[in-house]
Design a protein around this ligand. Sequence first.
Ligand SMILES: NC(=O)c1ccc[n+]([C@@H]2O[C@H](COP(=O)([O-])OP(=O)(O)OC[C@H]3O[C@@H](n4cnc5c(N)ncnc54)[C@H](O)[C@@H]3O)[C@@H](O)[C@H]2O)c1
Length: 371
Amino acid sequence: MSSPESAEPAFVVTLNGSGGPLRGWVVVDTLVDGLAMGGVRMTGNVTEQEVRGLAHGMTEKFVLAGLRIGGAKGGIVSTGQHREQTFRTFGRTVKPLLHGGIHLGIDLGVTPADRAVFFAEAGYDPRRRAGVADMPMDWRTYYEPLVDCTGHGVGVAAVTALRAAQHRGASRVVIQGFGTVGRAVARFLEDRGHHIVAVADVHGTVKADRLPVADLIAVTDDLGHIDRSRLPQHVTVSAEPDGWLDVDADLLVLAANKDALHADNAPRLRAPLVVEGGNLCSTTEARQKVAAAGGSLIPDVVANVGGAAAAALAVTRTVPFELPAEERKRWVFDWVADRVRRNTTDLLEIAAATAGDPLPELLAVRRQELR
Ligand SMILES: NC(=O)c1ccc[n+]([C@@H]2O[C@H](COP(=O)([O-])OP(=O)(O)OC[C@H]3O[C@@H](n4cnc5c(N)ncnc54)[C@H](O)[C@@H]3O)[C@@H](O)[C@H]2O)c1
């Protein structure tokens, strides 16, 4: 592994397109045994700096999970016009990387269909890699049933932290973001007896003493937009900016945008526990304010490793592919839950014993274990 403490990535590739125009980057933060992986995000304003930060986050997730693979990330600057052409060009451009051990998946703005386009254009099939056994199934058959794996891990981080805080009984939970991650966390926590008292999407916050999660999911589209015209009874709606911060709660799960919790809105936070389901959901200043107020925050790299770990378990051929589909899914979910539980517990113990951010010490301990 390249020095994990070094600020510089192993390498950065600027993408100018091949056989067509393209603007973007692939950042390989670290390589382990010649391997690295991470998702590709496509937005109109993604920057090289953002991709570098996300690639570094991938390295940290894999170190914490004890997976022997480096962190990478891709970024394409585009608002999504001419998508097919964009992903074909992307596939041709990153072809040598894909075939050289850099597995690129999906992130914001990139769908499984887009991934299929760039894999096909590059002639890349993650089932096969020189020197290792083939995967006995195609990528979608393996990966798509694991869509809730991130939310599962985030839920495990939440219940582990609630238990560590001696919180007994049903807790009041607010979830900001009701997409793939937010919905899975809501189901996970409701199944374990907790009360979801508010959820937010990009249009605002819906609240009730106890939101009926299944009914709410039934009126939410694939993009995580809740249909206000079909809400269950006794649910109230607020369009107040960041209205999810004003709801009395024991736990806030952030599962939406970057920097959702920042220095200016952090003083409104009511919940003593924050769990990051999305990436980079709180700024450094906000994290410091939470700690200064005596609260706890479980960061993204600890809590939301599920999807990345599920992919890495396949790329590193760690997963027992021979298990039947349901058992294989259970194996992956349990594997993720074990890592998230252990990291959450150890992070909180370090936080209780030391001043300042506990994450660097936890990372140092896990790096030592990987050597
Ligand atoms: N899906 C995964 O497995 C996965 C894995 C790791 C990290 N993440 C990260 O988690 C976050 C959520 O991912 P997802 O897949 O659930 O996304 P998604 O697109 O399915 O859903 C996003 C949700 O957030 C809401 N939202 C967006 N901006 C908001 C705002 N300003 N205020 C309130 N709500 C807002 C949307 O309305 C939607 O409900 C993203 O940061 C993503 O990068 C996702």
